[in-house]
Design a protein around this ligand. Structure first.
Ligand code: G4P
Length: 287
C-alpha cells in the first residue's frame, strides 16, 4: 500500500455522532466528493447511524464528469431510505435542494413541535465548511482536527423546524481498497506527507488514459500517450519541470499534474464508477 495514512483517532467524532443519535437524529447528510464518491465515503458513519435516512450530497460536482455524477446519483437513489443530490460551491440556492431532500426523507418531522434534526458529516476537504457557510450565510467556525480535543456540536437553524448539526472532530477517510487511497490522494483529501506524489500521479495517468485519454493529449499537447512514466515526463517538459541540463524533475511534474487535476484544469473528471468501486471492494474482500 503506497499511502501511509495514519489519521488521528476518531474517538471524539465517534462519540459525537453517537451522542447525536441518542439525542435525536432524523436524517444524516454525508458529503461526498463527486469525483470519488465511493472512496470519499466513510462506512463508520453508516454503521453509527444505522436505520436513519441518508442524504448523499455529491459535492464539487463542477469538477466531476456530469454523466458519471448521474450514474452515482442513480446508484444511491436506488438504495433504501437514501437520496442523493449534486451540489457545488457556485450553487446559488443549495439550501433549497438540501432541505427539500431531507424533508422528503423524514416527512413526519419538520415543524416547530417536531423539528427535523439533521447531521452533516464528511471527510476533510470535501467542502463541508464552504457548504455550511453558504447555508448559514455567515462565516461558520471550522471544526478542529486535533485528536482528543472535544469541541461542542454546532447547531444551525436553517429555517423554522429545520436543525442542522455539525459534529466536532474529523471524519477521517478510510482507505478500504488500494485504489481509494490513490483517488483520495489525487483529490487532495489526505495530507501530502502520507504519499509519494509521483506514484499517485502515475496512477492518475493510468486512470486518465483509461477514462479520458483525449483530455491528457489536449491539455499537454501530446500526440502519443506512451508508458505512464513517459507521459509524466512529457507533462514535466510542458509544465517547465526541467532542471539545467535538460532532465525532468519528476516530482515537479507530478505536482503540476495533481494541481491541474484538483483545480479542474484537466476538465471534469470522475475517478471511479459505482461498478468499479464494487469490484475493488469485492477483490479486497477476496484477498
Ligand atoms: P472541509 O470543510 O470539508 O474541510 O472543506 P472546505 O469547505 O474547507 O473546502 C475545501 C476546498 O474545496 C476549498 O478550496 C474550497 O474552496 C473547495 N470547495 C468546496 N466546495 C467546492 C465545490 O463545490 N467546488 C469546487 N470546485 N471547490 C469547492 P481550497 O483551495 O482549499 O481553499 P480556498 O481556495 O477556498 O481558499
Amino acid at each position: 500500500m503506497p499511502i501511509h495514512w495514519f489519521p488521528g483517532h476518531m474517538n471524539s467524532t465517534r462519540q459525537a455522532i453517537k451522542d447525536r443519535v441518542q439525542a435525536g437524529l432524523d436524517v444524516v447528510i454525508e458529503l461526498l466528493d463527486a469525483r470519488l464518491p465511493g472512496s470519499s465515503s466513510n462506512p463508520l458513519l453508516a454503521a453509527l447511524t444505522t436505520g436513519r435516512p441518508s442524504l448523499k450530497v455529491l459535492n464539487k460536482q463542477d469538477l466531476a464528469d456530469p454523466a458519471q455524477t448521474e450514474a452515482w446519483l442513480a446508484f444511491y437513489n436506488a438504495q433504501p431510505h437514501t437520496r442523493a443530490i449534486p451540489l457545488d460551491a457556485g450553487d446559488k440556492a443549495p439550501a433549497r435542494a438540501l432541505i427539500k431532500a431531507c424533508r422528503e426523507l423524514a416527512p413526519l418531522r419538520g415543524d416547530m413541535h417536531k423539528p427535523l434534526r439533521v447531521l452533516i458529516c464528511g471527510i476533510p476537504n470535501v467542502g463541508k465548511s464552504t457548504l455550511i457557510n453558504t447555508l448559514v450565510g455567515k462565516k461558520a467556525a471550522k471544526t478542529g482536527d486535533e485528536p482528543g480535543i472535544t469541541k461542542l456540536e454546532q447547531k444551525f437553524v436553517l429555517e423554522n423546524g429545520f436543525y442542522l448539526f455539525d459534529t466536532p472532530g474529523m471524519l477521517w477517510p478510510r482507505i478500504a481498497v488500494e485504489q481509494s487511497g490513490y483517488n483520495l490522494a489525487a483529490s487532495g483529501a489526505i495530507g501530502r506527507n502520507a504519499f509519494d506524489e509521483e506514484e499517485v500521479a502515475l496512477e492518475l495517468i493510468a486512470t486518465l488514459k483509461r477514462r479520458d485519454a483525449d483530455r491528457l493529449r489536449q491539455r499537454y499537447g501530446l500526440a502519443e500517450l506512451g508508458e505512464d512514466d513517459a507521459v509524466l515526463e512529457a507533462i514535466g517538459v510542458k509544465r517547465g519541470a526541467k532542471i539545467r541540463g535538460g532532465a525532468v524533475q519528476m516530482h515537479k511534474a507530478a505536482e503540476a499534474l495533481l494541481m491541474d487535476f484538483r483545480s479542474g484544469l484537466l476538465g471534469r473528471i470522475t475517478l471511479e464508477t459505482p461498478d468499479e468501486m464494487a469490484a475493488w471492494r469485492h477483490e479486497a474482500a477476496e484477498a
